[in-house]
Design a protein around this ligand. Sequence first.
Ligand SMILES: Cc1cc2nc3c(=O)[nH]c(=O)nc-3n(C[C@H](O)[C@H](O)[C@H](O)COP(=O)(O)OP(=O)(O)OC[C@H]3O[C@@H](n4cnc5c(N)ncnc54)[C@H](O)[C@@H]3O)c2cc1C
Length: 362
Amino acid sequence: MQRPTFIQENISLAELTTFKLNVVAEYFGNIATTDQLAAAVAWAKANEITFFILSGGSNTIFDGERYEGLVLHIDIRDYKLLDSYDDDQILEVGAGEDWDEVVARSIDDGLSGLELLSAIPGLCGSAPVQNIGAYGREFDQIFESLDALDTHRNELVQLGKDDCQFSYRTSIFKSTARGRYIITAVRMRLNRRAPDPPTYKDLVRYFGERVIGQPTAMQIREAVISIRQAKFPNPQQVPNVGSFFKNPIIDREHFERLEKTFPQINEPRPGWSQPARWFLPNDQVKIGAGWLIEELDLKGYVHGHVKVDDNHALVLENTGQASSKELLELRDIIVQRVYEKFQIKLEVEPDIVSSATSKPQA
Ligand SMILES: Cc1cc2nc3c(=O)[nH]c(=O)nc-3n(C[C@H](O)[C@H](O)[C@H](O)COP(=O)(O)OP(=O)(O)OC[C@H]3O[C@@H](n4cnc5c(N)ncnc54)[C@H](O)[C@@H]3O)c2cc1C
């Protein structure tokens, strides 16, 4: 089978990922239609070429300087208001639409539901993959269904909420069906009512200070953007992938031992609105990974050309010519030190991709 003409060879991915590691893809295709997608996958499978799906590259780290295989950059565009039921409105978007542009446009269209998820980098097709979330809103709360190419059966399928098995920062696309589905369109159930007032502490404080009791979706969006800008370094200025580690979840017994040795875990840090621990159902406790790293005094720590951000301990940044080796070494240093001090194993949030691990499951 001949290589489709839109697939190129030896393309740098540095500008397609927000950490800007200089990685070269053996093959690369920009995918604007489902037909192109099907053709590219058919070609890769016929030639036993590993492939990887790249959208905004804000949650992806390539391990190594070269990706031996095919990188497919999803650029399928669409924005459509579909059915409405009472106050609910279904919005369908192409997987290649920019997430934050869709959030802004939905608010302009008089819809609420996405405002708390403002300013999360990336494209719409990735939102279900890691079940994005922020400020008390998780993507699965507004998810309706999605279309995907099932690369095992070579057909387009529609998946609903139960199929996707969403939970905290994960889904079937990151776990049991990793590499199987390529999402082409996403449908969300938004509504035309005014949004409920936010309950997340930073937002409650923001609106309290401005004496706004019932903020509009646009006001909530502006608040989220302003809080995020103060917290996260902008990847366009400082290359990074946002939070590098997930907040670990431990059991109650482990937490009780932890609070005995580190009672400060029950106090908010100066400038923080709440302590970095959240009590969950089933006797589980979520711990702020940033708090653990701060306790080790690692803010501002430099390893080669990679650095722990000066203000946000969860963010690792590329100070210039960083290599994936340096980044993964710093990951290991942090994971090991956190484990030694707290007996908590940190897990990395972005997808770490090597040619060997990205092969679709048989
Ligand atoms: C500054 C900053 C702040 C962030 N804040 C948040 C936050 O508040 N909350 C949050 O949840 N995340 C946050 N993130 C992480 C990131 O923005 C999200 O995970 C986002 O959804 C990633 O989108 P992307 O298009 O860049 O994904 P990519 O990095 O391109 O891809 C991520 C994964 O999804 C897979 N994938 C991508 N597109 C598809 C598709 N169409 N079909 C199948 N698989 C696909 C890829 O193969 C990869 O495994 C932040 C990142 C940064 C840099």
